[in-house]
Ligand binder design. Structure first.
Ligand code: ZN
Length: 464
């Protein structure tokens, strides 16, 4: 009985082994396959041998994305049997990067990240020094930096760290050129001032303006004390000149080319087109307006809404009327002032005299009136502006080329420009010439400003 049982066990055991050995099998080249990013995936290449499988009937489901690091499967389907192989897409490329040399102070610590730039790698990287460095000697250190990625690929490079004794230079200040103001002007002494230091990212300054008296004509010194965190200090002096309110406010010679575009004699049928051109260039201008074309008064409103500045030219633009008497001039000025107020809701303080403050035509009607008017308007709280440059549209130049040529000639060699053009209804060619003139101003490096309370006034000398 025992013997029979033993024999049966052996029989069934052998049968089982036989049946198992008849089952389909895939022997892979490795239990798991590691490939690099972008490698071509070849599912058949990972098969070492097949047992009881007809390769023709093997269905492959390749789920590997070779564009992205990660763990994937390839499934090999043979009838009801499924075999799987794990595929790893690994980063096997070392990081690439550039080094940056640094200058530091003795005993300063340095972040290794400050010595590298433009790291390129497929996985996350860390940056560290190969060894610890103590920057306690005055010399140039050769340091070894390692960038390592998440797959432990490393790249080592050398950078140089120059160690200096200490910061001995005080911060430098810019934007403290001489300022010319008129009595009654207000200023912010911080305006346009910038401070810089070679080692301190946050140097400071304080202003001592004890000597400055904005209410008295004179020349004053204002002191800017600068300080960095290493105790380096310096005092810079700025000159502030306070002139009589009647004097010309000079343009500051600060190396910045500024252009104040101004248009006189509008609004008219041409104003809208000029506004459209200025919109295209995103440039703001100042319009000295008249009351001669009431149909276009809404252009004043539009210009103001777009951020342009409105000044007063005159209501009638009738030389004979306005320059016959101070009373006539002021009546006329009040009239256009109210027109502007109706359109904009503000009483503007900016004026341009018809013919400019230097006009001689007024002499025909009233000798000496410009001497009176130029002071009178300032006493009344206005400021008047003349110009440095013209396109010649008021001087009889009629062709577009002529206007452009004249404008180019007039901007030549000037750091600050107050440009006079006319947007009256007869000046169609000024509209056409404007883009070329703007292009040239931009090309020559001018930035555009509108008139404000501290703008240079560009006063001409009064001749009558
Ligand atoms: Zn005019």
């Amino acid at each position: 009985m025992k013997k029979v049982f033993f024999s049966l066990s052996v029989f069934f055991g052998l049968l089982l082994i036989y049946l198992l050995s008849q089952q389909p099998r895939i022997h892979f080249i490795q239990d798991e396959v590691h490939l690099s990013l972008y490698a071509t995936i070849e599912p058949y290449d990972y098969i070492e041998s097949l047992s009881h499988i007809d390769i023709e009937e093997l269905i492959i489901d390749n789920q590997v994305n070779n564009q992205e690091l990660g763990e994937y499967m390839i499934y090999y389907q043979y009838h009801q049997y499924t075999f799987s192989l794990k595929i790893y897409i690994d980063d096997i490329v070392s990081p690439e990067f550039e080094t940056i040399d640094q200058v530091i102070l003795r005993n300063e610590t340095l972040d290794p990240y400050d010595l590298v730039k433009q790291i390129q790698d497929e996985s996350a990287t860390t940056v560290y020094f190969k060894e610890d460095y103590i920057f306690n000697e005055i010399k140039t250190y050769e340091v070894h930096i390692i960038v390592e990625d998440a797959y432990h690929n490393k790249t080592e490079k050398t950078a140089y760290v120059k160690v200096e004794e200490s910061d001995t230079n005080p911060p430098t200040l810019s934007g403290i050129s001489k300022l010319t103001l008129l009595l009654g002007d207000e200023i912010d002494l911080n305006d346009g001032v910038t401070i810089q230091d070679d080692h301190d990212d946050h140097p400071t300054y304080t202003i001592d303006d004890a000597m400055l008296n904005l209410k008295q004509i004179g020349e004053y010194s204002v002191y800017y004390h600068v300080l960095d965190k290493y105790g380096n200090e310096e005092t810079y002096t700025r000159t502030i000149e306070i002139l009589s309110p009647y004097d010309n406010r000079e343009a500051t010679k600060d190396g910045i080319k500024t252009c104040y575009l101004t248009f006189d004699d509008g609004p008219s049928s041409n104003t809208k087109e000029i506004l459209d051109i200025l919109d295209e260039y995103n440039i703001k201008a100042t319009f000295f307006v008249t009351g001669t074309a009431p149909d276009y008064f809404n252009c004043i409103k539009e210009a103001y809404a777009k951020g342009h500045v409105i000044g007063l030219h005159s209501y009638s633009h009738d030389y004979e009327y306005i320059y016959t008497s101070v009373r006539n001039y002021l009546n006329d000025l009040n009239k256009i002032k109210e027109v502007v107020y109706a359109q904009t809701g503000i009483y503007t303080k900016y004026i341009r005299f018809p013919g400019g403050s230097s006009n001689l035509v007024s002499k025909k009607y009233n000798v000496g009136i410009m001497h009176v008017l130029t002071k009178k308007v300032i006493d009344l709280g206005y400021q008047y502006y003349d110009w440095t440059s013209i396109n010649g549209d008021g001087e009889g130049i009629k062709t577009v080329d002529g206007l452009v040529d004249k404008a180019l000639e007039e901007m030549d060699g000037k750091e600050d420009i107050m440009f006079l053009m006319h947007d009256s209804g007869t000046q169609d060619n000024t509209v056409i010439a404007l883009p070329d003139i703007l292009d040239e101003l931009i090309e020559r490096g001018y930035t555009f400003k509108t008139i404000d309370d501290t703008s240079p006034t560009f006063h001409h000398s009064v001749q009558n």
